[in-house]
Design a protein. Structure first.
Length: 138
């Protein structure tokens, strides 16, 4: 069965960072940021991808197949909502930026309710922390 993962970035207080934020540009362009996951992905899920099709495809593909959804703005939250409703997310990769926004689009409270197990953490020299969570089998 294929794996579905989401990649996202948020500030310490749980908001999407502004597009022009320097640290967010790093996440979107650096080889250790989103591009690393794009390269590993078999298929990038676009906004509006039919969830019923994904359910069928996921069951038909082998474990080496990875569907990746980049959640970095309000439109991405629509995709996250669909993936959450059908419990399709197997892995969450979160980049935490060492800043607070105080306002904007709250993404922290939109992550799917489930039991997640911390798989790996990485701290970068610029203060960004990458957390990888996998669905817990409890």
């Amino acid at each position: 069965m294929a794996k579905v993962q989401i990649i996202t970035a948020m500030t310490l207080d749980g908001f999407f960072p502004c597009e022009d934020e320097e640290l967010f540009r790093w996440v979107k362009t650096d080889k250790h940021g989103f591009p690393a996951w794009h390269e590993r992905s078999t298929f990038m899920l676009p906004i509006g991808y039919p969830m019923l099709d994904l359910i069928c495809e996921k069951d038909e593909k082998d474990a080496s197949c990875i569907y990746t959804a980049e959640i970095s703005d309000e439109k991405g939250l629509e995709l996250l909502h669909g993936l959450s409703i059908y419990h399709l997310i197997d892995e969450i990769i979160i980049y935490i930026l060492p800043l607070t926004a105080g306002k904007g689009t709250d993404c922290q409270h939109r992550l799917p309710a489930n039991n997640w197990k911390l798989y790996r953490t990485v701290t970068f020299k610029n203060g960004i922390v990458r957390l990888i969570y996998r669905k817990s089998s409890r």
